[in-house]
Design a protein around this ligand. Structure first.
Ligand code: ADP
Ligand code: ADP
Length: 217
């Protein structure tokens, strides 16, 4: 996945904010990249543009060589469902469904129902025993793993994570990070946005955002 010279302006009344000022970032298959930067530096905006949730005002986003930006929302949503997994700080589980039900739904939305893969995934993430549990009954660590299972349900080529370990204790943070690294080694392009220096230190590569620009090394 790559962002090429992204610009994003926000206008609120008289006030204009340049959230991204020509940001280029590329994550290859098999690579884990950390985007770090202070609050307000543009991390969330970059992530939203990479995911096709937001449209840049300038520049473009490509995934697997195909342009994702500047398409109707419906097309972006379809590309996102098939190609991009997203992990959020607050989990992305539907509370009235079980863990397995949440993964099934994500697979169906992508047109990729696959029970054997689902069950392997839950086992790999260490939550097979919680497959039948309602999302509301999970512990913090279990919910983080279940959220990762939903993100990976459709076997996406790209995994985007926004502070994936933000609310976890050190032990759980370590195990979620290990899972993200193992996904990268298996060939997924993984991008993590994080405040945590510990998380950034484990990345293959680190991109520093400052005031909407990538800081040069
Ligand atoms: P973070 O990514 O650091 O967790 P957010 O993305 O929620 O935080 O917000 C970052 C900054 O952007 C904050 O200063 C917030 O006030 C500002 N912000 C977020 N959304 C809006 C909005 N809709 N209008 C104005 N400012 C916003
Ligand atoms: P970060 O995730 O690094 O905290 P953001 O991407 O949330 O940074 O924000 C970058 C800049 O854009 C900040 O100055 C923020 O206040 C502004 N911003 C973000 N979202 C909005 C929005 N929806 N409307 C107006 N300003 C926004």
């Amino acid at each position: 996945i790559e962002a090429v010279e992204l610009y994003r302006f926000y206008r609120a009344g008289e006030e204009e904010t340049l959230a991204l000022r020509g940001v280029s970032v590329r994550v290859d298959a098999g690579e884990l990249v950390a985007v770090v930067g202070p609050s307000g530096s543009g991390k969330s905006t970059l992530l939203a543009c990479l995911a096709g949730l937001d449209e840049p005002d300038g520049g473009l986003v490509r995934i697997g060589g195909l342009r994702l930006s500047h398409r109707p929302e419906r097309e972006r949503a379809a590309m996102r469902a098939r190609g991009i997994g997203m992990v959020f700080q607050t989990d992305n589980l539907l509370p009235h469904l079980t863990v397995a039900g949440n993964v099934d739904l994500a697979q169906r939305l992508a047109g990729r129902a696959n029970r054997p893969y689902r069950d392997r995934l839950l086992a790999e993430l260490g939550i097979a025993s919680r497959a039948g549990a309602l999302a509301t009954t999970l512990s913090g660590g279990e919910a983080a793993r279940a959220g990762l299972a939903v993100a990976l349900a459709a076997e996406p080529a790209v995994l985007l994570a926004d502070e994936p370990t933000g609310e976890l204790d050190d032990t759980t943070e370590g195990s979620v990070l290990a899972l993200l690294h193992s996904r990268a080694r298996a060939g997924t392009a993984v991008l993590i946005v994080s405040h945590s220096p510990a998380v950034a230190a484990t990345a293959d590569r680190r991109v520093d955002l400052v005031d909407g620009r990538v800081r040069d090394e």
